[in-house]
Write a protein of this length. Sequence first.
Length: 322
Amino acid sequence: MRAQLLDAPGRPLRAGVVGDPVPGPGQVLVRVRACGVCRTDLHLRDGELSAGHLPLILGHQIVGTVEGGDGEPGARVGIPWLGWTCGECRYCRGGRENLCERARFTGRDIDGGYAELTVADAAYAFPLPDGLGDRHAAPLLCAGLIGHRALRLAGDAASVGLYGFGASAHLVCQVAVHEGRRVFAFTRAGDDAAQALARSLGAEWAGDSAQAPPEPLDAALIFAPAGALVPLALRAVAPGGTVVCAGIHMSDIPGFPYAELWEERVLRSVANLTRADAHEFLALAPRAGLRTTVTPYPLDAAERALADLRAGRLTGAAVLEV
């Protein structure tokens, strides 16, 4: 099969032909139709996160059809970042499998979707809602899921700031509006396209991330991997407000006065997802009428898609079509 291979951190992906994967017990063989390009893929490619093995096939927002193994042939499924959990550690037993001590992740420990075929644990391959084509369903499987979990961890916040209006934020914006929340979008300075997209999706305000919002917010979700945004977000939320860091990697957070955290403000992170998150969000997506804004790339342009993501040239999400 054709695949895009990461041979070493910091090196461009290499187009190659490798043997077809073979499913083991409890696994499915999936023909990849589309795979979203995530910032986590970029962190792995650039060496900011460690790969589970090399060469590695990236990609964990996979949409495809079952071709073999322990699944219904022809069924359309989605495969996310969380690829396997032990079911035995204290986190799994306590309903927090996202923190499993022995978890394996798609596109890091398990070869992912930058290829024509992939293998996944059948318990982590989810039926997808009708009404969204393959390229538009792919971003739901990480950008959507992580945004959904981040919003849930913000509690019942009536006003929510979204810092970094890319793949995740443009989906969580729609969920928040569907739930009757007010959304304030923060982008890179001068990113008029992202600000216009935010307003078109229901945000009542959009501006530069260095700006203060027009009023104190109940919560702020940070999707951009920039630690400097944390003090800005803390200043933007009202007493009792919550700031959620939704990425897997972030640059160092600069020091800030305790007064910016005081008055019961909460600063927390999000890690991975659970199967319950996936079932809940994938059921919610059609009810909320989610629409994804995507830029498609052919499989052989995976390196270009990552470069565009790194440079901030994307509006919405990048998706490889296989």
